[in-house]
Design a protein. Structure first.
Length: 221
């Protein structure tokens, strides 16, 4: 509570405006916190799902590659891998959630098969190729989710600190100061009223002898 603030009507009105603004800020930040937490929980659920999909895609791709090596031999598989001409590109965009910039990862592949003759090759080589491409795409989505989760987590922590500061420090302090100023102003007004009443009584007492003298003179005439 600020006891150094002068007990004036102008300060009282200014403090009321500040308190109303602080309460509005608290409401807005509380809404922001709820939205961010909801978005964060949604992304966490998605990340768990994507993590399992990435792991499965990598396991399936590795398993298919091992089967191709068993059927064709490591050297032939290596030669086939050299014939594959696929380029990948990752485009980074962004979206905003309550002012927080979140990444949007778009993974694209260029290159159309077949890259090698199916004769004398194992179907597992084609399966492994598709599985690794799927895993790479999912890894891009996973990276987007993880970065988004980290940024949202930081913003949620900052917002919670601000909400707590307003709720537990700023608003109670302003309310206490407002109560103190109101009491001081009321006290000053009572003192002023008492003083004015006393002055009025004194003036009345001084005027009464004069009035009596005038009345006496009128009676003598």
């Amino acid at each position: 509570m600020d006891r150094t603030l002068a007990a004036t009507r102008s300060n009282l009105m200014r403090l009321k405006d500040e308190l109303a603004f602080s309460r509005l800020g608290y409401d807005l930040l509380d809404q922001k916190r709820s939205i961010l937490v909801s978005e964060l929980l949604t992304l966490v659920d998605q990340a768990v799902n994507y993590q399992m999909r990435v792991e499965k895609a990598l396991l399936d791709a590795h398993s298919a590659l091992e089967d191709a090596i068993i059927e064709m031999g490591r050297l032939k598989v290596a030669n086939l891998a050299g014939a594959v001409n696929i380029t990948s590109s990752i485009t980074l965009k962004e979206r905003k959630v309550m002012g927080v910039r979140l990444p949007n990862v778009e993974t694209e592949f260029e290159g159309k098969g077949p890259f090698f003759s199916p004769e004398g090759t194992s179907m597992y080589s084609e399966i492994a190729l598709n599985k690794y491409r799927e895993a790479l795409f999912l890894m891009g989505e996973m990276a987007e989710l993880k970065v988004s989760i980290m940024r949202l987590s930081r913003e949620v922590k900052k917002t919670i600190r601000k909400v707590n500061a307003l709720e537990k420090l700023v608003i109670p302090d302003k309310m206490e100061t407002l109560k103190y100023l109101s009491g001081r102003i009321e006290e000053q007004e009572r003192e002023t009223f008492t003083l004015l009443k006393a002055v009025k009584e004194q003036i009345k007492d001084k005027d009464e002898p004069v009035c009596d003298k005038i009345q006496e003179e009128e009676e003598d005439e």
